[in-house]
Design a protein around this ligand. Structure first.
Ligand code: WTA
Length: 673
């Protein structure tokens, strides 16, 4: 079938270093045939014909311009598709990404005056979308649902915005949001954006300790939550968790005057909710009384839009800060092209708004495009594993899992292995639907590497090619760019509009973590290889970050949670391959002298992690360790621990630098006890 593929002629005219796309032996298709030999899955002719980017040629033409003339490329989009109260100054963007040339600084559309909420709602309503469904809400319990048109959504957003203003929330203030996937979550995000306040959404699976930590860091005027939520068969009492967090944060000198609590009537009785008079206020008692219109707070493109905490390899979670204009233009554009958006689409992203995917591709990207979005409250396997397909069919009004309505499939947050890819493609998408395997990060704001649906032959497991304006580079240990077929560390050259601008309150950590490792580049923390056809393959984190079912967890956080247990002397945590979750958490624990190993102790160590971080971070395995393998300078040799965790005992490598050589044998002996 290779004869069906015709090589794109030489890319000699392409700028050197432009994402190294010059190495691309891109293929154009004559026919919709998959080439097993090349491992290529070709887009169907029918799909490509209607796609926004129907061919590699079209992609290359746009990509080329986006790299050669970023200012022109992005300002054309910004001007034609968004509302600006005032245009930006002379410079579309300015950047310094080199640590040796002063402070790291990225600005897009500086001086431009706009508002995210206005662009998501008012602008679309003025364009005639007022009666279009903006949000469908599907409850955890089948049979319960709700929906809001763009006009209704605007009313609800304005009421909350007015309430927030009435309690003194002003431009630049932080609002911490601890809500599950209710319509009130996107409503809250948009209300904050309307008045120029920064939302800091905390995933409602985080523990009270984690929530308290985030409250202390950004000192919000108000915390917004609900009394309880059902996730699958379980009821989770969010308000109790908030109460505990507020006690903790008060100890650190941050007390909260208002805790606005949405009464989630379907799951819990209002009367049974614990209440602190004066501080706690029922959403339903106050918000609906406010007017349904609210003036927009016009902000600079570089004014902050939100904070979102994410795990790094060391220390506490980092407050990733995104600003307004660049993030707006970038999320809207990546949504549009990344999912080949069509006005008649009903779009469902299963991510929770507590993570970046929910920010960029549940709320902002789709709303900016005037899309109809499904928000699902519950667990994907409740009441059974057919629930997702039930929802797909329901919102296209087709019965009994036909999935015929599906057009484009997406994947994000972790590598999708080729067999999962083929299941998704063949079974879920009926071999019709392209898969957007989107590689990106909380820090990048939006999708960075992805196959544009219909444009590219796909290789299962490869995120394919960079999005417009993105220049990925692969560097070696010394930070030298490597060309062609290679593997190494994934960095990005140059800025893009959706890039984060700083870590909240700690610009130095921003520079050290992301820009110092390879001067001149943004370092992603990921390993990556590029094959002979120029396709990018993400190979996972190269730092001490573990990716468990798409949840990003720092080993240092789990270690410090374990170490806080009174019977734990020391802990070292590594990621280990996990068939279902991608990676599992594997903890080596040394206990204090005089205590003996027991099942009870194992459970209480795991509980410590659940309490301090959240259930999703619970270790899969506790490995009792009489001692940890330290180098003579006192560093834990994680490389060895990873091998022991994955039972590769004969691949331990050089152990001559260990302070005590017997340690490794002891650990191996205890591997399955
Ligand atoms: C990983 C989630 C392989 C990667 C959007 C990255 C991926 C981290 C992919 C960011 C993908 C994300 N293929 N790996 N398509 N997408 N990752 O901040 O290791 O929660 O650094 O953002 O997820 O996780 P984050």
């Amino acid at each position: 079938t290779t004869s069906h593929l015709r090589h794109v002629e030489s890319m000699a005219s392409f700028p050197s270093g432009a994402g190294k796309i010059s190495h691309l032996n891109a293929v154009i298709l004559g026919e919709a045939l998959a080439s097993e030999e090349n491992n290529l899955v070709l887009p169907s002719h029918n799909f490509s014909r209607q796609a926004l980017i129907p061919s590699p040629h079209k992609y290359l033409e746009m990509y080329k311009r986006s790299i050669e003339d970023p200012a022109g490329f992005w300002s054309d989009i910004a001007l034609s598709e968004f509302y600006w109260k005032q245009r930006w100054g002379d410079e579309v963007y300015s950047e310094n990404l080199h640590v040796n040339q002063g402070n790291i600084k990225i600005q897009w559309f500086k001086g431009g005056i706009t508002n995210m909420c206005y662009n998501c709602l008012d602008r679309n309503i003025h364009a005639g979308l007022g009666d279009k469904i903006a949000l469908y809400w599907e409850s955890n319990e089948p049979g319960f649902d709700a929906h809001l048109t763009y006009s209704h959504l605007l009313h609800r957003v304005c009421q909350l915005a007015n309430y927030l203003k009435s309690i003194g929330v002003r431009k630049g203030d932080a609002v911490v949001v601890y809500l599950p996937m209710l319509l009130e979550l996107p409503i809250t995000m948009l209300a904050c954006a309307r008045i120029g306040a920064l939302h800091s959404v905390v995933f409602a699976g985080f523990s009270s300790d984690s929530l308290a930590q985030r409250i202390v860091d950004c000192k919000p005027k108000v915390v917004i939550t609900c009394n309880a939520v059902k996730r699958g068969p379980k009821t989770i009492h969010l308000k109790d968790i908030v109460d505990a967090a507020l006690i903790e944060s008060a100890k650190d000198g941050v007390s909260i005057d208002v805790c606005l609590t949405y009464d989630n009537q379907s799951t819990f009785r209002r009367e049974s909710t614990k209440w602190q008079q004066g501080r706690d206020i029922w959403w339903q008692d106050v918000v609906p009384a406010y007017p349904t219109t609210c003036e927009v707070e016009w902000v600079d493109a570089e004014d902050p839009l939100f904070l979102l905490y994410t795990s790094g390899s060391t220390g506490r979670p980092k407050g990733v800060l995104h600003t307004t204009g660049g993030y707006m233009v970038y999320t809207a554009t990546t949504f549009k092209y990344g999912f080949d958006y069509k006005e008649s689409d009903v779009y469902w992203c299963t991510a929770d708004c507590g993570w970046i995917t929910g920010h960029s591709y549940v709320t902002y990207g789709p709303m900016l495009n005037g899309a109809t979005v499904v928000v699902y409250e519950g667990a994907p396997n409740y009441p059974d594993s057919g629930r997702c397909w039930d929802i797909v069919d329901k919102y296209k009004y087709v019965t009994s899992y036909s999935r015929k309505s599906l057009r484009v499939l997406g994947s994000a947050g972790e590598p999708i292995n080729p067999s999962a890819w083929r299941w998704f493609f063949n079974l879920v998408g009926g071999s019709r639907c392209p898969i957007s395997d989107t590689w990106w990060q909380t820090e990048t704001g939006g999708i960075m590497i992805t196959p544009l649906p219909g444009a590219w032959p796909q290789k299962p497991g490869s995120a394919t090619f960079p999005f417009f304006g993105v220049q990925p580079v692969i560097v070696d240990e010394k930070g030298n760019e490597i060309d062609g077929e290679c593997s190494g560390y994934l960095c990005v050259k140059g800025s893009w509009p959706g890039a984060f601008r700083t870590l909240y309150g700690d610009h130095e950590r921003y520079e050290t973590t992301y820009f110092r490792p390879f001067p001149g580049y943004y370092f992603t923390g990921d390993g990556c290889s590029r094959d002979k056809d120029g396709y990018y393959w993400l190979t996972g984190r190269v730092d001490d970050v573990i990716n468990v079912s798409g949840h990003r967890i720092g080993t240092a956080e789990v270690e410090s949670a374990l170490a806080s247990h009174p019977q734990c002397a020391e802990a070292a945590v590594v990621g280990v391959e996990h068939e279902v979750k991608g990676q599992g958490i594997y903890a080596f624990v040394t206990i204090v002298e005089g205590v003996s190993y027991s099942e009870q102790l194992r459970k209480s160590l795991i509980l410590a992690v659940r309490n301090q971080i959240g259930a999703f971070a619970a270790p899969d395995k506790i490995h009792w360790a009489p001692a940890l393998p330290n180098t003579r300078s006192g560093k834990i040799m994680r490389r060895i621990l990873r091998k022991i965790a994955s039972r590769q005992f004969d691949e331990l490598g050089d152990t001559s630098t260990l302070a005590e050589s017997g340690v490794v044998d002891q650990l191996i002996a205890l591997a399955d006890s």
